[in-house]
Write a protein that binds this ligand. Structure first.
Ligand SMILES: Cc1cc2nc3c(=O)[nH]c(=O)nc-3n(C[C@H](O)[C@H](O)[C@H](O)COP(=O)(O)OP(=O)(O)OC[C@H]3O[C@@H](n4cnc5c(N)ncnc54)[C@H](O)[C@@H]3O)c2cc1C
Length: 419
């Protein structure tokens, strides 16, 4: 390969994170090569988007494509508690009266294809069916990748920066043993798709519904997609869902029985796909970048899918990394610190979302919280739509702690009185 052909950046993986980072770098005129082991369209879970994706999609010039797509529009989230009672729709627009408050429910095979094609339109050289076998290093510095072309032939591609966007394969987390697991959120998921299942009409058709499973720490997602398909999955503790059970099919059927609100929604529908299952435990990398390399999306970390934050985090980290890489290339600095300067603030945002997830599993009552602190309604909404990177959100978290402390004090008082 002649020197002038050398890309500035190579990207491993063409999911939402990989397509985002590569498109934004190519927009600045740099040469980017993206290697995706699959040939798109390929199946992927992760279908419900949240409103803050809007701003990254805008930078990617994806908004018109999304608006012109057949994806179902999502305006709200609804919760069904253990009692089976359906909450009022939680409309994003009430908090932010802007078109960004409408988002989409997507088939990832189609969305990811649109994103990777959009990357190519912006000048990224996309290689599909091309697996990255390893990241090449000179000492501690990443200098490129070794890839296997669709024919099986291998070659080395050198670049100033290597971006790992390989999703849960997390190539560099594994290589450097950077995985920090989150034992509290050690979950699993089992899901499938129904045709002709219940769906609301009008503005509520595309609402994600999160339904608690009776007596268990689990929940179902209910995500209406186009072509009259609904994605329906159960998430629960990994041991509970996968240990000592007969089969995923059987477990799924048993959990449906424990969630009458889902069961009645799918009763007269046809199951149109197989049962899928995955461990979806939460983790993050202990280090987000090194000299010449940086991690984005699930290759950096993954958060329980309760609030549908995965695609947002993939887009957001892709955007932040792209800006850091472009600044670095301009200054001739592709050091660990330059490529990863966004990571600490990103982690703070991720931790805020994690806190909300963890509160849900601990049975925290958001309705009661809003009644106690009504002035925080907007800020709780900000967290739920993925607007995670503002310091004033920490006041909400502090008040959650305050309410929990008050509850604990009340509990102790009542125990004392009974004694
Ligand atoms: C059960 C479950 C439900 C979820 N629900 C939601 C949801 O409703 N909403 C939401 O926003 N998120 C959801 N998520 C999360 C979402 O799926 C991910 O966060 C998102 O796909 C991350 O995007 P990514 O680009 O980082 O990784 P991916 O989308 O996984 O893309 C990584 C790409 O890298 C490629 N790759 C891997 N290794 C190599 C290699 N060696 N060489 C070349 N290519 C490689 C893969 O083929 C893949 O295409 C869910 C996740 C789970 C597990």
């Amino acid at each position: 390969m002649i020197a002038s052909d050398k890309p500035n950046v190579v990207v491993i993986g063409g999911g939402p994170a990989g397509s985002t980072v590569s498109t934004l770098i190519a927009q600045k005129g740099y040469r980017v090569e993206l290697f995706e082991r699959e040939v798109f369209p390929r199946y992927h879970i992760g279908e419900s988007m949240i409103p803050e994706t809007y701003w990254v999609l805008k930078r990617l010039n994806m908004l018109d494509k999304m608006k012109g797509s057949h994806f179902i529009k999502k305006y709200s989230v609804q919760f069904v508690g253990q009692s089976g009672r359906l909450s009022a729709p939680f409309y994003f627009h009430d908090n932010k009266p802007h078109e960004c408050s409408q988002t989409w429910q997507v088939r990832r095979s189609e969305f990811d294809l649109m994103m990777i094609e959009n990357a190519a339109e912006h000048g990224v050289t996309v290689h599909q069916g091309t697996r990255v076998l390893e990241v090449l290093f000179d000492g501690d510095r990443a200098i490129g990748v070794k890839v296997a072309d669709p024919s099986g032939e291998t070659r080395e591609v050198f670049a100033d920066v290597v971006v790992d966007a390989s999703g849960q394969s997390s190539m560099l987390i594994n290589k450097f043993k950077l995985r920090v697991p989150d034992p509290e959120l050690n979950k699993g998921a089992i899901w499938t798709y129904f045709k002709g299942a219940y769906r609301d009409v009008g503005k509520d058709e595309g609402a994600t519904v999160v339904l608690s499973v009776q007596g268990k720490n689990g929940w179902f997602w209910y995500i209406p997609l186009h072509d009259d398909i609904v994605s329906v999955g159960v998430v629960g503790d990994f041991d509970y869902l996968f240990k000592g059970r007969t089969s995923h099919e059987q477990t799924y059927a048993e959990e449906l029985e424990r969630c009458p609100a889902v069961k009645e929604r799918v009763e007269n529908a046809e199951q149109v796909e197989k049962i899928f299952a995955t461990k979806d435990y939460t983790y993050r990398a202990s280090q987000g970048s090194g000299d010449g390399w940086v991690l984005v999306g699930d290759a950096f970390g993954f958060l329980d899918p309760l609030y549908s934050s995965g695609v947002l985090l993939a887009l957001k980290s892709g955007e932040l990394a792209a800006d850091a890489i472009c600044d670095g290339l301009e200054k001739g600095d592709t050091s660990k610190d330059q490529l990863g300067h966004w990571v600490p603030n990103y982690l703070v945002g991720m931790k805020r979302m994690r806190r909300l997830v963890s509160e849900y599993y601990e049975g925290f009552n958001f309705g009661r919280f809003i009644r106690r602190f009504p002035h925080y309604t907007g800020r709780v909404t900000d967290l739920l739509i993925g607007d995670l990177f503002k310091d004033d959100l920490d006041e909400v978290i502090a008040s959650m702690d305050q309410m929990k402390a008050e509850d604990e004090e009340a509990r102790l008082m009542s125990t004392k009185e009974q004694d």
